[in-house]
Design a binder for this molecule. Structure first.
Ligand code: ATP
Ligand code: MG
Length: 795
């Protein structure tokens, strides 16, 4: 092992190898012992040599690699072009190829050193000597080196690129350095000079070291390749990737004969044209992606489609332009409705603000009042005057919160709530939404809809109204909400608080006649197709209708009667070509007998009967309170379906009467030997509230004293035990009710006087007596004692 040259040693294993062998030069390949390679041989002399080896029986040749590459080599390879270390190979098979050459399959047997190459009888021969690895200095070093090689081979195999996984498995079972080397060599793609160097290694250690270097290089290269690939993959950014994948999906769909893809594209295009917010857009994209992945026939697909359909049908960003012309608005409001000054003013205020400031919240109004006073129809005409779209949501009887907020999409047949449905119908972000019958909203186990209404009607919250079905916020802040209610006390406090409440108190008889003449009659005539043969409804006839056929706060019944008359006229015109002219005499023929007879309003004063005034959701009402006494034990009997508060008022009134018995000359035994019965007729209708205090007291005192109560008076007011008259609600309604009943005087609590500020004309045609104390009431209504003919006091 001294010096640079390899020192030949006798090979112990292959001692059958002759000393002289035919030489087979190889191009571009170094064959190692244990390797089997096919070689093509074309040169005559070499073929001869091979044939000779076969003839000699040992079938062995010496394979010597050429120092030059086949692509740079020109001419015949000379002996000086060959390396002087080669491999002895045994010929396993020879196949003749058609154009004169042969193909041999050779297996490497041993390494050999070339002494001299000679040409003999046209055959190249070489004198050889086998080479053997020198003895190793340290076995452990060798083992460590082997382990290194196995490890690196394993990593390369695991990366799955340069070497196959089996490579590592086979290698891990090998222990002989030579075998390991040969095995690895057969898998590595080495240049000839590199391979030759390996072949010439003198020790196992040098061989393994050399191999390790090659494997490390191989590893580095494969790492490098991998990282370049990764970088290339990353640089294809996600949108490109998505595009690429989508195109692929489309192609697959097309291949499957599935036109679903186009449809989804259509939906996608449609949605991408909408001015959606970030949040909505990302939800929409999420759903679109889900839709693409689901089978078109599946339930889920139809749910998603339905959802996307809803999203695309909503009026995102669409707004109608408000008509902010005050004159125009005023004209339209007056055209549709008579009176209702407060409401009309409020709308004109709003329009004025809009002229000065184009953004800002829209008002949330609540019209409260008895039926038929024009609340619903006003909403429509407000929309008309502003040039906004209009829709009506009726909440009467709604008990399920989902009606307002929508169902979650997970439910089969889920739908958005009524507001989102309405927005779709309205087709703009700024319609007028009429929330009808807000006071009749219910609540049950399915949740409390009025809680959901809080969100709708809160200007702070409704710009991101959340519907369960949509699952994304929707802006309701540009909507003008108009709620209507008959009884605002039935609306929950927080909800009431969010709205601007405008009271409508019903119409007086004159107003009704006016409305009938200028509005209702015209509409009724139009509806019956009688424009060219108009019917004349004179004021006397209309007054009769109001007084004798309807007794209501609003004008709905009146409207109905006018329509009925018009339809009678139409029928007569068609049947007999004659137009009826209506008058107070022939009304009975068409409308039946009068419901409210004049006698009713004549008012006979009687003992124990007082006209009380009550307020209901249907407007004011007059009801009579009756009291009688009968022999008994001083019991108080209350009938007529009276509520607790009213029962207590009756007790308080009785106590007051008892403490002041002297003033009215009532004997004490009247309270012990007689029973007092108080009844409020229309017994089936529940009545409650404290406002009947003065009425109850009047009836009680009348019954106990036997003095009549003046029937021209009607009254209302709560009293306490000291007889003070306290304020009550619904003053206007009550005055109107008294007027409807042809009462000449009303007695009202002094403390309610302010309620009439701005509406003083409501008291036209009726005298109002403002009182502070019960004695004032009694002084007015309790008539002087009547002497009977026999001179005895009447009981
Ligand atoms: N001031 C008015 N001028 C002209 N028409 C009126 C007026 N008030 C009411 N009307 C008419 O009376 C009819 C009934 O009114 P509407 O339906 O608006 O009542 P409402 O207040 O909504 O009642 P409800 O509380 O029962 O819902 C409508 O045809 C309406 O046009
Ligand atoms: Mg209504």
């Amino acid at each position: 092992m001294k010096g640079g040259n390899m020192k030949p040693t006798k090979n112990m294993i292959h001692d059958t190898v002759p000393d002289m062998l035919p030489v087979v030069p190889t191009m571009d390949i170094v064959v190692f012992p244990n390797q089997i390679v096919p070689l093509l041989v074309l040169d005559e002399r070499i073929i001869k040599g091979i044939n000779k080896a076969v003839e000699d029986g040992h079938k062995m040749v010496l394979l010597l690699a050429s120092k030059k590459q086949s692509d740079t080599h020109e001419g015949i390879i000379g002996t000086k072009d060959l390396y002087d270390v080669g491999t002895v190979a045994s010929i396993m098979r020879i196949i003749k190829v058609p154009d004169g050459g042969i193909k041999i399959l050779a297996q490497g047997v041993a390494r050999a050193f070339v002494h001299d190459i000679v040409a003999e009888e046209g055959v190249l021969h070489s004198d050889i000597e086998q080479v053997h690895y020198e003895e190793e200095s340290s076995n452990t070093e060798l083992l460590a080196q082997m382990k290194n090689i196995k490890d690196i081979a394993e990593t390369i195999s695991a990366s799955g690129h340069a070497l196959s996984p089996d490579f590592h498995i086979i290698l891990s079972k090998m222990n002989d350095p030579e075998k390991v080397a040969d095995f690895i060599l057969s898998h590595l793609n080495l240049r000839v000079d590199q391979a030759q160097r390996l072949l010439e290694c003198r020790t196992h250690r040098a061989l393994l070291e050399e191999l390790y270097t090659h494997l490390s290089k191989e590893f580095e290269v494969s790492e490098m390749q991998e990282s370049i690939k990764n970088r290339a993959r990353e640089s294809m950014n996600s949108s490109q990737k998505e595009f690429y994948l989508r195109e692929q999906l489309k192609a697959i769909r097309k291949e499957l004969g599935d036109d679903e893809g186009d449809e989804i594209e259509e939906i996608r295009d449609k949605l991408s044209a909408l001015p959606l917010s970030e949040e909505v857009r990302s939800e929409v994209n999420r759903q679109l992606n889900r839709l693409e992945k689901t089978s078109p026939d599946s339930m889920e697909s139809s749910v998603i489609r339905n959802y996307l359909e809803w999203i695309s049908a909503l009026p995102w960003g669409v707004e109608t332009k408000d008509n902010l012309n005050l004159e125009h608005a005023k004209r339209i409001l007056d055209e549709d409705h008579y009176g209702l000054k407060d409401i009309k003013d409020r709308i004109l205020d709003f329009i004025s603000i809009r002229q000065l400031k184009t953004d800002g919240c829209s008002p949330i109004l609540c019209f409260a009042g008895p039926p038929g006073t024009g609340k619903t129809s006003l909403g429509k005409s407000i929309a008309r005057s502003l040039g906004r779209n209009f829709f009506r949501v009726s909440l009467g009887g709604v008990k399920d919160e989902a009606e307002i907020r929508g169902h979650r999409r997970t439910y089969v047949g889920a739908m958005p709530g009524r507001f989102i449905q309405g927005m779709r119908k309205a087709g703009s972000m700024n319609p007028v939404i009429m929330i009808d019958e807000l006071d009749k909203i219910g609540a049950d186990f399915r949740g409390d809809p009025s809680a959901a209404m809080l969100e709708v009607l809160d200007p702070q919250q409704n710009q991101s109204f959340y519907d369960n079905y949509l699952g994304v916020p929707f802006d309701l802040s540009r909507v003008i909400f108009i709620a209507t209610a008959n009884d605002i006390s039935a609306i929950s406090g927080p909800l009431r608080d969010r709205m601007e409440i405008i009271h409508l108190s019903g119409y007086t008889m004159e107003e009704k006649v006016h409305i009938a003449r200028n509005y209702l009659a015209k509409k009724a005539i139009n509806d019956a197709g009688l424009e060219i043969h108009p019917i004349d409804f004179n004021d006397e006839l209309l007054g009769d209708l109001v007084q004798s056929y309807t007794r209501e706060s609003g004008v709905r019944e009146l409207d109905r009667l006018l329509k009925k008359l018009c339809s009678k006229a139409a029928r007569s015109l068609v049947e007999t070509s004659e137009l009826i002219s209506f008058d107070t005499d022939n009304l009975v023929k068409y409308l039946g007998p009068r419901k409210f007879l004049q006698v009713d309003t004549e008012h006979n004063s009687q003992v124990g009967i007082t006209n009380g005034l009550a307020w209901t959701a249907y407007g004011g009402e007059m009801l009579k309170v009756e009291a009688v006494i009968m022999p008994g034990k001083g019991k108080l009997i209350l009938t007529g379906s009276l509520g607790n508060v009213m029962r207590e008022s009756a007790r308080a009134a009785l106590s007051y009467a008892r403490t002041h018995a002297d003033e009215f000359c009532i004997k004490p035994e009247m309270f012990t030997k007689y029973d007092l019965h108080i009844h409020v007729p229309a017994g089936a209708t529940p009545k409650d509230g404290p406002s009947a205090g003065v009425t109850l007291l009047s009836s009680i005192l009348s019954a106990l004293t036997g003095r009549k109560i003046n029937a021209q008076y009607a009254m209302t007011g709560e009293i306490n035990l000291r007889g003070n008259v306290m304020p009550i609600g619904g003053i206007k309604e009550k005055i109107l009710a008294a007027k409807r009943n042809a009462i000449s005087h009303v007695i009202l609590p002094q403390k309610n006087k302010n309620d009439l500020v701005g509406a003083e004309d409501i008291t036209d045609g009726i005298e109002v007596i403002w009182v502070d104390h019960a004695t004032e009431v009694i002084n007015h209504v309790l008539m002087p004692e009547e002497k009977k003919k026999d001179g005895r006091r009447k009981k």
